[in-house]
Ligand binder design. Structure first.
Ligand SMILES: *Cc1c(COP(=O)(O)O)cnc(C)c1O
Length: 227
């Protein structure tokens, strides 16, 4: 049976190999461990293996975990859908929010970020496939939102995030991720300073790394299937 340590080491090795194959500097891709539906003990075990960045989707599930693990220097990333009624607790409890897709949400996160904390790190979620059912802003509106967010002092805009529809073909996966990378390049050409592309999950992270991902969000491949 594979242990958590086996899966952790195997993912780290796949990241390193893909960095090399893609001519990316060693260490340029960060693993974000997606711990939704996983227990406090499992998160602590992953932390003891050296994992510091954890992603959670559901606020009510995440808050007790964050409280229980307060003594550990974990960086918490909110990756779930953001509604206005969640912004306050996200701003007070997380280091990152990856799923910002409208100005009103950004403004609330900014206003509610406690003054004693560093600015909240932000990624704008882009809806690459124009899927009605999914969150994310349409590609042609990203620049305007990004410009507006840079005017909010309690937020630090880091880059873009996408959650594309699952594709089994690696070439198709790469084409989709390349589109997010192109949007990022357009923003940078417009003077924005960005260093983060949050893209790639258990089934497509190698394609994402090949296209410039800097944060891959991995749940299943690290923790096993969710209930
Ligand atoms: C659940 C989730 C992941 C992790 O998905 P896996 O396929 O289990 O690796 C990554 N990103 C987001 C936004 C998620 O909701």
């Amino acid at each position: 049976m594979q242990t958590l340590a086996d899966r952790f080491n195997s993912i780290q090795e796949r990241i390193r190999k893909t960095e090399i194959r893609s001519n990316r500097p060693a260490g340029s891709v960060q693993l974000l461990a997606v711990s939704k539906k996983k227990s406090i003990d499992v998160i602590q075990a992953a932390f003891e293996l050296g994992q510091v960045n954890f992603g959670e989707n559901y606020l009510q599930e995440a808050l007790p975990k964050i409280a229980a693990l307060r003594h550990l220097p974990i960086h918490w990333h909110f990756i779930g859908q953001l509604q206005t009624n969640k912004t306050k607790l996200v701003s007070e409890n997380f280091d990152w929010a990856h799923s910002v897709d409208r100005y009103k949400i950004a403004q609330r996160l900014n206003d509610q970020r406690p003054l004693e904390f560093e600015p909240l790190n932000i990624c704008i979620q882009v809806n690459l496939d124009d899927e009605q059912s999914k969150a994310g802003i349409s590609p042609d509106a990203v620049l305007e939102l990004a410009d507006a967010i840079t005017g909010l002092p309690r937020l630090h805009l880091r880059g873009l995030m996408a959650l594309p529809r699952p594709l089994s073909d690696q070439q198709q996966q790469r084409e989709t991720f390349r589109r997010l990378c192109r949007i990022q390049e357009t923003l940078i050409a417009n003077g924005l300073v960005l260093d983060t592309l949050s893209m790639g999950m258990s089934d497509d992270f190698e394609a994402a790394i090949a296209e410039g991902s800097t944060i891959i969000r991995i749940g299943t491949a690290l923790f096993g299937p969710r209930e």
